[in-house]
Design a protein around this ligand. Structure first.
Ligand SMILES: Nc1nc2c(ncn2[C@@H]2O[C@H](COP(=O)(O)OP(=O)(O)OP(=O)(O)O)[C@@H](O)[C@H]2O)c(=O)[nH]1
Ligand SMILES: [Mg+2]
Length: 338
């Protein structure tokens, strides 16, 4: 049996190859784009260097897309909404990239399949590109890969990027940090809807859309929307140039999707005119650099075998009060320096 360990490792792309990949991406070739994403998702140091060269080569071609983050509880209708919005935009000659940030192991086979069926129209649309969340890694790592994928998609000519995330851990913050507009989806329902949404997430929202406003739900959806509206009123807005609207929509029926998009464009116009868009993106880039650096610095802690073997013991000693945290840090640092 030939295992992957027996096979010689694939050589990293040469500088010449990287230039060819960059050309393929600029030409909008999907297979090249997919291969490039696989390259940036690789953990190998030589691949990572090639990936960094590629990102630098394409830097000037990035940044033109409307970047929208979409969050909400499982089942709220994110994928259905992306399908409806993406299909509408595709009909207007936009090219749509759909990405996901999900650092949990939730998105295994079944769930990807489910997404494919929920995004049935976009999935078959030649002007749409759908890429699931990188399947492993820390949130910081997954988010960094998704950001780079977003930039590759922009370089390939996708002018709308929709990033779906489910509300696990800090993933909403990671997505808000890589997009221009953060859309929170909510469900119709009485009173305690607001409690169901984490406060921190509502504070990040550039808009709340109460989805599934169809059939018997319409009145309840309107009620929920007015409650959200009142609640948003007392929060200090994320931007001085924008008060987050609250709308109702039905992703399933396509109701309210046009209005939703026009709010996103309005937001973009205002932030662009005030200079906030450029400033926000600049801050995001710097933050991203630090996140990647942190990831890089922490990597030996995850990959150094001796250290990994020693860590549980060190932790136990710290927990039991046998080892001072400061002494533990010295010990770990010394092992890393070996
Ligand atoms: N009635 C109604 N059902 C909807 C609407 N939008 C989505 N649904 C249904 O809600 C279910 C979940 O939809 P998804 O789009 O997969 O939800 P999601 O938020 O992407 O779910 P996860 O990715 O699992 O977190 C599906 O059965 C959809 O058909 C809507 O506007 N109205
Ligand atoms: Mg989904």
């Amino acid at each position: 049996m030939v295992t992957s360990a027996d096979r010689p490792a694939a050589p990293p792309p040469s500088p010449h190859d990287v230039e060819r990949i960059a050309r393929g991406i600029r030409a909008g070739e999907r297979t090249v784009l997919s291969r490039a994403i696989t390259l940036i998702e690789s953990k190998r140091a030589d691949h990572r260097r090639s990936a960094a060269t590629l990102m630098q080569a394409l830097l000037k071609e990035t940044g033109q897309a409307v970047r929208v983050g979409i969050t909400g509880a499982p089942g709220v209708g994110k994928s259905t909404l992306i399908d409806a919005l993406g299909s509408m935009l595709s009909a207007q000659d936009h090219k749509i990239a759909v990405l996901a940030v999900d650092p949990s192991s939730r998105r295994t086979g079944g769930s990807i399949l489910a997404d494919k069926t929920r995004m049935a129209r976009l999935g078959n649309d030649p002007s749409a590109f759908i890429r699931p969340s990188p399947s492993s890694g820390t949130l910081g790592g997954v988010a960094a890969k998704t950001r780079e994928t977003m930039l590759l998609c922009e370089a390939a000519g996708y002018d709308v990027v929709l990033v779906e995330t489910v509300g696990v851990g800090q993933s909403e913050i990671a997505v808000a940090d890589m997009t221009d507009f953060f859309l929170v989806l909510a469900l119709p329902g009485a009173g305690d809807e607001l409690q169901a949404l984490k406060k921190g997430v509502v504070e990040l929202a550039d808009m709340i859309a109460v989805n599934k406003a169809d059939g018997d739900n319409v009145a309840r959806a309107k009620l929920a929307a007015s409650q959200f509206g009142a609640a948003l009123h007392i929060l200090s807005p994320r931007s001085p140039n924008w008060s987050p609207p609250v709308i109702t929509c039905s992703a399933l029926k396509g109701d309210g999707i046009e209005a939703l998009w026009s709010h996103i464009l309005d937001h973009r116009r205002r932030l662009a005119e005030s200079g906030e868009l450029t400033a926000r993106r600049g801050e995001q880039q710097v933050k991203w650099m630090w996140t990647m650096l942190e990831e890089r610095m922490f990597e030996p802690l995850r990959s150094d075998r001796a250290l990994k073997a020693a860590l549980p013991r060190i932790e136990a000693d710290v927990a039991a009060g046998r080892l001072a945290p400061a002494a533990a840090v010295e010990k770990i640092a010394a092992m890393l320096a070996e």
